[in-house]
Write a new protein. Structure first.
Length: 264
């Protein structure tokens, strides 16, 4: 089954064409990584899938429905997105921020219902944030803040989660914690995930499918081993890599073929 499908998307910023003609499919219940160098159109595509950016032409379907024709609340009940470096409102607690995720399900004048609170507690529990629910978000570490934003998205109780470079600015421990959390959401709760990742090895280890872009055009699409070949990486990133199986997991791992020289 297909969760998201785009047909002949053309996306531009002012007079600059970013995506000339994009048709892709995102499988239901899978983790799909969007890969490519800076400026290749990955984040632009993700924002378009979330209807944060309108394409000049083309159609995007979410569970078979044209997103351009969907009501905002209806779409927010099916898809949540975590953008790059979201801004934290000043003086807001973890519980208060997570409550924003319940707006698609609430009446305009109603407060939090028992169902809303149950969804929020579940989001706190799955992200390990229960002990921090009364803390101010702006006092948390970078890794903790990122989990709060994911908890907000989970409180929406959507079927699809889009993540734009979720590991940016995190140290390796918090990166791995976040990647493992997302994979758990996929494996245990069947959530469809689309994320933009820069680290090819993390993408290979935690994704089921990969789509590699260059200049807004898909160069390769398939399982990580099919996509992350030496030829594709050279064509898209302009670097020579050696691909070997991880000694423990067997996952395809990218290593630089040559290390740059250093001044002594």
């Amino acid at each position: 089954m297909i969760a998201i499908e785009s047909r002949h998307l053309k996306i531009a910023y002012s007079d600059r064409l970013i995506v000339p003609d994009l048709s892709i499919e995102i499988a239901t219940g899978k983790i799909t990584a969007l890969l490519g160098p800076n400026g290749s159109g990955k984040s632009t595509v993700l924002r378009s899938l979330a209807r944060l950016l309108s394409p000049q032409s083309g159609i995007i379907y979410l569970h078979g429905r044209d997103i351009a024709q969907m009501q905002t609340r209806d779409m927010a009940r099916e898809l949540a997105m975590l953008p790059q470096s979201p801004e934290v409102p000043a003086g807001i607690t973890v519980w208060e921020l997570i409550s924003y995720g319940r707006y698609p399900h609430r009446s305009l004048l109603g407060g939090l219902s028992p169902k809303d609170k149950a969804a929020m507690h579940w989001a706190l529990e799955i992200t390990g944030l229960q002990p921090l629910k009364n803390r101010l978000v702006d006092t948390l570490s970078g890794g903790e803040r990122q989990r709060v934003w994911i908890a907000l998205a989970l409180a929406q109780q959507t079927k699809v989660l889009l993540l734009d470079e979720p590991t940016t600015f995190l140290d390796i421990r918090h990166q791995l914690d976040l990647l493992s959390l997302v994979r758990r959401l996929n494996r245990e709760y069947g959530m469809t995930v689309v994320w933009v990742l820069h680290d090819l090895n993390q993408a290979a280890a935690y994704s089921d499918w990969a789509i590699m872009f260059r200049s807004g055009t898909v160069i390769a699409s398939g399982s990580p081993p099919e996509v992350m070949t030496t030829g594709n990486i050279l064509e898209v990133f302009g670097v020579e890599m050696t691909i070997i199986p991880h000694p423990i997991t067997g996952v395809s791992t990218c290593l630089p073929s040559e290390l740059g020289s250093t001044d002594k």
